[in-house]
Design a protein around this ligand. Sequence first.
Ligand code: MEV
Length: 328
Amino acid sequence: MKNMHEDLSGFDSPKPSPEGRACAKAILLGEHAVVFGAPALIAALPDCIISHDCGPSDLLDVYIESWNLRIKADSLGNENSRALAAIDKSLEGLGISENFRRRRVLVKSRIPSQAGLGSSAGLAISAGRLIAGLAGRDDLAAPEKSVLFAEESEKIFHGKASGADAAAAAAGGIVVFKKGGILEQINDFPKLQLLVAYSGSRPPTRKLVERISRQRETDQKSRRLLDSLENLSLEGISALKAGDINLLGKTMNNAHRFLSDLDLSTEKIENLVKRCRNAGALGAKLTGAGGGGCIAAVFMEKDPANLLSEIRDISSWADIFTIQPARP
Ligand code: MEV
C-alpha cells in the first residue's frame, strides 16, 4: 500500500520521548521444527523498529516511514488495518484508556516488511511499548508483558504461528524459544556479527507451515528431517552456551541442508548462502519459513563489512547486526 497522495503532515514532529523499541528476529536453528514442539534458537536483531509519538488523533494512526506505509486502526478494514485494530484492542485489554491509544505514531524501521524477520510483531511491540509508556504503564515494558501487545495482531497475519516472532521482538539477545514462550534467555556467549540478507521474495509462511505439517503426517522422510532439525537445534544451543561458535556455525550449515531437503530453499537463497560461506561465515542458512525471505550468516573473527557491499549488489536489502547478550 503506497501513500503517494496521502497527507502525512501530522507525522512531521515526533516527540523524542518516550519511544517504543522492539527487535526483529532471525531464527538461527529450529524453524518449522518449532511448530511441532522443538526448541528454536533465535537471535533478536536489536532496536530494529522504533515508534515515536506525534500527538493525538481520532484513532490509532501509524506511519512506517521506510515502508511508505500508513495504517489506520479499523477492525473492518484490510489486513494491516485489522491488525492495528487488534493491537489497539490488546492495549485496551491491558487497561490503557482511549486517550493514550488514539495517537499518531511515526515508526522508523531498519528492516523491510514481509521478509520473514518478524516486522509485524516488532511493529506491535514497539507501538505497544510507546503507548504503554505514554500511559505511565512501565510494568508493560518487560518482555513477558510486551508480547501481549502482539498476541491478537499476529493471529491476523500468521494464523497458528508459534509466537516466536513476538517473543524475540520483546526480548533481545538470543533466546531459546519453545511453542508457548521463551524457555531460556542465553546470557553468556561471545559477541557475534550476523549478516542478514533478503532473497527478494516474500516467504509464503502460512502455506509452507501447512505443507510441512501435512508432509510430517504422511511422509517418513520429512518426519526424519524434522527430527534431525530438532537435534541440530539442541546441539547448536549447547554449542552457543559453551561459546563454541564454530560448532554453532556447523549446525546451522547442516540445518540449511535439511531445510533444503524439505524443499524450502530457492536458487537465490542458495546463492546468498554460498557467497557468505565463501567469505568466511562460520555458518549460513535460510532463516524463517523459507521459499523466499532471508538468509542469516554468522561471523566472528572475520569482519563481514566487505562482503556486505557485494551482497547488496544481488540483494535488495542486507545488513549486519551485532548480537550480544541482552543482560550480560
Ligand atoms: C517462521 O518465521 C518460522 C516458522 O517456524 C513458523 C513459526 O515458527 O511460526 C516456519
